[in-house]
Design a protein around this ligand. Sequence first.
Ligand code: ZN
Length: 385
Amino acid sequence: MYITKSTNYKQKNSMKDTFFIKKTIELAKKGLGETSPNPCVGAILVKNGKIIGKGWHKKAGGPHAEIIAIDDCGKRGEKTEGSTLYVSLSPCCHYGKTGPCTEAIIDAKISKVVAAMSDPNPLCHNTTTIFKKHNIEYTVGIMEQQARELNAPYLKYITTGLPYITLKMALSLNEKISGQQGPYITCFESRKYVHKLRRNVDAVLVGINTILADNPHLNVRHVKGKNPKKIILDSSLKIHFDSAVLRDGNALIITTKKTSEKQKNLLSKKAEIIVVENIKNLKKILTLLADTGIRHILVEGGKKVAESFLQHQIVDKMVVFIAPIIIKKGIDFSLASLKWKEKKIKKIGTDILWEGSLFPKNKTDEKKIKKSREKNRNKKRNHER
Ligand code: ZN
């Protein structure tokens, strides 16, 4: 095959772009679990093929990745003038908790910007125009899929107003989700994996029956990381005052008007309480939670809560552990009821792990979800970036 000089040049350039963008995604991952409600972002500055500065966004309210990379250049005694900025999400152009990155890029005399994907936040729509006006070459869309996966919770909130939902379930071989086998169905490696999931979300959500049956802590113990907020759906405030989940003051109980003021006052010393009209209206509750900054929720059951989330079709990621045990008496859950869109299967300790996303129940539902996302796309969301 004959390759023209220009095609060859383009190929080389795109290979170089992919190489550096991959590095920005790796850097961005260092912020996982720490940057919410902001996205995870990594940035690298390159001049004459050499990395002269790098950085990643560490915490909401703190400097953006691009600014850290520019500062890093200064610390290394390098000049940013004429360099290329690689970044895993398009630079912001508005005043949030920090100034716009586009201004810092212009001031640093950076001549080219390559972004993995563009930020769908309407506040960031002017970036292309600003770069054009200042003669900064701008390319978007390198390793976009990987960049999207990394910031799926942020992207879901910006486009729908809802938090990203990961639903975790643990079952025995004969499809029971609890029984008389002691507190755990799964092996230690699976439980450690759950703690990794907890570390990377804003909140863990369970129903009151799980609290009454297992008295879980729902915190991060087997890995390093911050504890998520614990959300408990408890329509009639059945929770015990000395429940393990209330010990660290990081719980949020969602209840209804049918509970007494006395009960609420007593519990408000131990947890935040939100009163809703209808505890079954999950979308309304989730919108409320998302607007308080909760952008990724790990739903940890039990059966009633899991089925309710599945019926509402608001599960983005499904995580199912299957343990090689048989439970004689327990609560049934049919694995065949899950219609997988895509699924990864792996062995974890002595268990099997299924991880992936589900199909909407039918085509009309798929259309409805698409339509509602389009309708919501241009709404200005409450977020700090
Ligand atoms: Zn920025």
